[in-house]
Design a protein around this ligand. Structure first.
Ligand SMILES: [Zn+2]
Length: 390
């Protein structure tokens, strides 16, 4: 019979065979039985052992056929293993207590990379928990065969699970480093993160040998915040005399000049002539960008020194504050010129992570969120199966 043939070849079973197929209202039930009833593989050690008895019938949800639910029904054998005791046989289509076959778990997990788990559950007529446990299984497999020994650069960024939730988590950093393993940590050469990060202390504790580099995208972001603060202060100052002058100019000062519209360019060149405080901040910001094009650390150091002097004498409080912080962390800023790493990749991943969180409308638990992120972005290996169902 055709179904028998399909089941046999897609599950790759040798010791089991289909004995009956029943099409009921709830779906297709496929009954399996062992071929030789005397010996079966022990699920713990994998050795062939003598069958002791049979358990009562179990049902596994399997990949649907023509969108009709499919169930595999089978009475598992228990073997008497001299090493493991009385153990259930190794069941080729699904291990442990899972009520889904392994191929079905793989199908659910693979769709969960592209769709929210709730939706995958709806499409396949299983509950959210079933989909999540499938994802967890696949992630656990992927993590177990992940090779961390050739990772030399780490990039750290933060993400909030829900709006306005922020996690300054030294604890999770610590857990990460411990999980990464001492030997693997020794191979890390550089680590890139935000200079405002509260976990810098933890990084230094676990990676005393690694070069700490402050991410240039974060640096620019903090610089832009300072520039914006200068604009707000000045607008406040002009409220009485000329309230319209700086109205709607926020992005003119923050955007890169080559991204401005023609109208914005005209407005900028007008404002530049007025000797405003914000214009001084703007010039400082534009000049700072040249730091990254310094060919060597030596030149970068000289450039930074000059820039810091200029910023500190700008009489613009937010800029002075930024400059002081930069000076205090100068080593990690200049370390960029030794390793030339930034968080570009991490940033892109963070955006994907936000999209994933958004499509599920946030995650209630951080454990679920991390599992899904690992699943979708971790680049983990997926268990191989004889037949590709999805
Ligand atoms: Zn055994």
């Amino acid at each position: 019979m055709l179904i028998e043939k399909i089941i046999k070849s897609t599950l790759g079973i040798k010791d089991h065979r289909v004995v009956k197929v029943v099409w009921k209202e709830e779906g297709i039930e496929i009954f399996l039985d062992v071929i030789g009833k005397r010996y079966r593989e022990c699920s713990k050690c994998g050795k062939r052992r003598k069958v002791r008895d049979r358990l009562k019938e179990r049902r596994w949800r399997h990949v649907p056929l023509w969108n009709i639910p499919v169930f595999l029904c089978y009475r598992p054998c228990r073997v008497q293993c001299s090493e493991c005791g009385v153990v259930v046989e190794k069941i080729p289509w699904g291990g442990g207590k899972s009520r889904l076959t392994t191929p079905f778990s793989l199908v659910l997990a693979s769709w969960s990379k592209r769709l929210p788990m709730v939706m995958v559950g709806k499409i396949y007529g299983v509950c959210w928990n079933a989909v999540y446990s499938a994802v967890k299984q696949v992630v656990a497999y992927g993590l177990s065969c992940r090779d961390k020994s050739d990772v030399m650069i780490l990039g750290i960024d933060e993400i909030s699970r829900r709006k306005r939730h922020h996690y300054h988590t030294q604890g999770s950093m610590r857990a990460f480093f411990v999980g990464w393993g001492r030997d693997n940590l020794k191979k890390i050469r550089g680590i890139c993160c935000d200079m405002w990060a509260p976990y810098v202390k933890v990084i230094k504790e676990f990676l005393p040998h690694g070069v700490l580099v402050f991410d240039k995208f974060h640096l620019i972001r903090h610089l832009l915040e300072a520039v914006d603060e200068v604009r707000r202060e000045e607008a406040e100052r002009l409220r009485e005399t000329n309230p319209m002058l700086l109205k709607n100019t926020r992005y003119i000062w923050l955007k890169n000049p080559w991204n401005l519209t023609e109208a914005q360019k005209r407005q900028l060149s007008y404002l530049e002539k007025l000797n405003l405080r914000i214009n001084r901040a703007y010039l400082l910001k534009e000049n700072f960008r040249d730091l990254w094009s310094c060919p060597t650390r030596f030149e970068a150091k000289a450039f930074l020194k000059q820039w810091l002097w200029w910023a500190c004498h700008s009489r613009l409080k937010p800029m002075v504050k930024f400059a002081q912080l930069l000076r205090r962390h100068q080593e990690a800023v200049l370390a960029y010129f030794d390793l030339r790493i930034d968080n570009g990749v991490v940033e892109a991943m963070n955006n994907n992570a936000k999209a994933i969180s958004h499509r599920a409308r946030g995650y209630r638990s951080s454990e679920t969120f991390s599992t899904v992120l690992m699943h979708c972005l971790g680049g983990l290996d997926v268990p191989n199966w004889v037949h590709k169902f999805a």
